[in-house]
Design a protein around this ligand. Structure first.
Ligand code: S3P
Length: 179
């Protein structure tokens, strides 16, 4: 397949975007192995850098500082080795992040039907601060707020349906070949 940096050497990373539950964190390591790139999970990097889990950070400092930290960690990942980056679902909220993703990554939107996400995540999800309580309602709201932002950054869109991660990775590779 075409190298993720093949079209434009400045866009040497591959970034996966999409809502929570779309499979970014499961698919990124598979693609990284296949493409001989570094697998990076942005939420894990945030935890590593701060010593706190994402829910702990939300509870301790709130969403606005979390987003600031998320942007700084994204910058440092983009300055690092060529990677397949599983982003957090809200990374597209900041326009600077969207610009950086567009400039420095090929971006794949893992688009999953909201009903599938609801079935996967509609439990009181303590790991995902924005989905605590009524996760289904929150997911629908986040989807409505973010669809245009995912579309804005995405080079290709992969409709995951209920596919397993390996099959999603196959679909990503196919879409990137045709891009
Ligand atoms: C968030 C998604 C989470 C995590 C944080 C905020 C969001 O990542 O970054 O809870 O705003 O959608 P996942 O997309 O990996 O769940």
């Amino acid at each position: 397949m075409a190298s993720p940096g093949g079209v434009d050497p400045s866009r040497r990373h591959l970034a996966l975007v999409g809502l929570s539950g779309s499979g970014k964190s499961s698919v990124a390591p598979i693609l990284a192995t296949r493409l001989a790139l570094l697998p990076v999970d942005l939420d894990e990097r945030i935890s590593g850098a701060t010593g706190s889990t994402v829910p702990e950070l939300f509870d301790r400092v709130g969403e606005t500082p979390f987003r600031w930290i998320e942007s700084r960690i994204l910058e440092s990942v983009l300055d690092g080795p060529d990677a397949v980056i599983a982003t957090g679902g809200g990374v597209v909220l900041a326009s600077a992040n969207r610009r950086a993703l567009r400039a420095r990554c090929r971006v794949v939107w893992l688009r999953t039907p909201i009903d599938v996400l609801v079935a996967r995540l509609a439990v009181d999800d303590q790991e995902r601060p924005l989905l605590r309580g009524d996760a289904a309602t929150s997911l629908r709201r986040l989807s409505a707020e973010r669809e245009a932002l995912y579309a804005e950054v995405a080079d290709v869109v992969v409709d995951t349906g209920v596919l397993e991660p390996e099959a999603v990775a196959d679909a990503v590779e196919e879409e990137l070949e045709g891009d």
